[in-house]
Design a protein around this ligand. Structure first.
Ligand SMILES: Nc1ncnc2c1ncn2[C@@H]1O[C@H](COP(=O)(O)OP(=O)(O)OP(=O)(O)O)[C@@H](O)[C@H]1O
Length: 251
């Protein structure tokens, strides 16, 4: 993989869902290439195929036809286990509803994600702590999800997604359950995750508050990419600076 190879891409991806009379062509030939160091938003009306595309790029669903490449590696012909390995190695996921284990602390939620990929013991514990400090939660390591705000829970979810250093982070409506301040904080964090850590971050969203953080906005309608715009961003955006300050204060 050369420096300019897209870290995540799909070519002519078609996806049929359902059967018989209920069959829907959710994606009708999607081409998309995503680079490192960028936060891309995928926006479009309800039912346009956003979640289907995110699931295909994340190797959760396989396309009916077309090609997906993760870190330069084609997913074509791979078994479910090989796809799971590709996913574990390269992709971190963030969901609207955080999906944290309610009976585990913030620290344990992150550490268990490392455990699943074979990183155990002291190095994993140290990494879990480091990444939680990095998202501004150094003072909340032992808190359970029920004792964290929605924004803090989502930041634990971001920490969990990036703990194993994936080259790609996929987020499905990451701000939908958050109030304004927390929505901004999480988007600032995702922008930083993309830029400072040279990752490809793709977020499906309906939320107009997210626009100011994006490098690129891709629009999908009725299973097809219908347009995109570039939005030059810098780490000097006020919210990002604020978050960085807060993170340092929490460390
Ligand atoms: N399991 C399924 N069987 C049949 N059709 C499905 C299935 N899942 C989704 N669809 C259809 O595929 C199309 C794309 O759905 P998808 O969930 O990807 O859209 P979306 O843009 O994420 O929508 P939303 O913003 O409402 O979450 C829709 O028409 C949806 O009804």
């Amino acid at each position: 993989m050369t420096k300019n190879t897209p870290v995540l891409e799909c070519e002519n991806v078609v996806k049929e869902l359902g059967k018989g009379a209920g069959k829907v062509v959710a994606l009708k030939g999607v081409n998309l290439a995503l680079a490192k160091g960028e936060l891309t938003l995928l926006m479009g009306p309800s039912g346009s195929g956003k979640t289907t595309l995110l699931s295909i790029l994340g190797c959760i669903l396989t396309p009916t036809s077309g090609i997906v490449r993760v870190a330069g590696e084609s997913t074509e012909g791979k078994t479910a286990e090989e796809l799971a390995n590709l996913r574990r190695k390269h992709i971190g996921f963030i969901f609207q509803s955080y999906n944290l284990f309610p009976t585990l602390s913030a620290f344990e939620n992150v550490r268990i994600a490392l455990d699943v990929i074979g990183q155990k013991g002291y190095p994993a514990a140290r990494r879990a702590e480091e990444v939680l400090r990095d998202v501004g939660l150094g003072h909340r390591l032992r808190n359970f999800p029920s004792n964290l705000s929605g924004g803090e829970q989502q930041r634990v979810a971001v920490a969990r997604a990036i703990a194993a250093q994936p080259s790609v982070v996929l987020a499905d409506e990451p701000t939908a359950a958050l109030d304004s301040e927390n929505g901004h904080a999480v988007m600032a964090l995702l922008a930083r995750v993309a830029k400072e850590q040279d990752r490809c971050v793709l977020a499906v969203t309906h939320d107009p508050r997210t626009l100011g953080y994006a490098d690129r906005v891709v629009r999908i309608e009725d299973g097809l990419i219908v347009g995109e715009e570039r939005r030059p961003q810098g780490l000097d955006a006020p919210e990002i600076t604020d978050l960085t300050k807060r993170r340092k204060a929490n460390a």
